[in-house]
Design a protein around this ligand. Sequence first.
Ligand code: SAM
Length: 281
Amino acid sequence: MEKSLKTLLAEHGFSFKKAFGQNFLTDDNLLDEIVEKSGISKDDTVLEIGPGAGALTRHISKRAKKVVCYEIDTKLKPILDEVLYNADNVEVVFSDIMKCPIEQVEKKLGGKYVMVANLPYYITTPIVMKFLEQAKNLKAMVIMVQEEVALRFSSSAGESDYGAITVGIDLRGSADIVLRVPREKFTPAPNVDSAVIKITIDENKFKGVNFEKVREVVRIAFSSRRKMLVNNLMNGYKISRDIANEILSSADISLTERGENLSAERFVVLSKIIAEKGIKS
Ligand code: SAM
């Protein structure tokens, strides 16, 4: 019989570190459901960020061709060695994923891959942004995040949760909540409920667009959420109201519009006009 997580951690004298967002999953049915929702098959390579005690890793390894994990906490090494002793398709790299250049991570993965992870909450948005902006071979991210973050990631223009990250996701693909997970499913239980979100990358979406320029416009448009777009453009680009109004008219955007109501498509149009006029921040 397999040991319980509690027994395993106690045997290794492991104590949870809040600073690393260590809330582990134990429910085998739930772990399997997460992997099932990811849709991975024996042809897939998976990147797992934060394997913890390896519970999710074991389930991924049974369904995937290869799993590469990045774990910051070296205290988990003996535990992972024990839990994954017969999982031949798993490699664990002990490193802070935020400090690893994406090219290096992708070289290790060796081709197209899916990210499946119960993400450390304290760096969810930076991780998602880093991969959306820099990853070349990412097919999808199936990630457990705080429920409120999942709602933000999957919201649409005009909704209260809509923001720069939502536009960032929309520029590369689409996001759907695939599972809700109550806080009691974790050890230790966090203060909030969670959800699994699937972000599917569509390489043909906005092909040929200057993403860097779009992201610059998005950043400026959301720099002061309560202000109208025209004011944020004036401040961000140091341009007159007349020029800002001219840009908005050319993009067919109302002069009183706010950034939170613009779809990714509109941001793309707006960024092209700003670039054509040679305006830089
Ligand atoms: N995958 C396990 C599970 O589902 O039970 C653990 C998930 S736990 C929420 C997050 C994990 O990410 C922890 O093991 C933590 O040590 C690790 N972690 C935190 N920050 C990290 C970072 N910057 N790079 C890599 N791993 C990190």
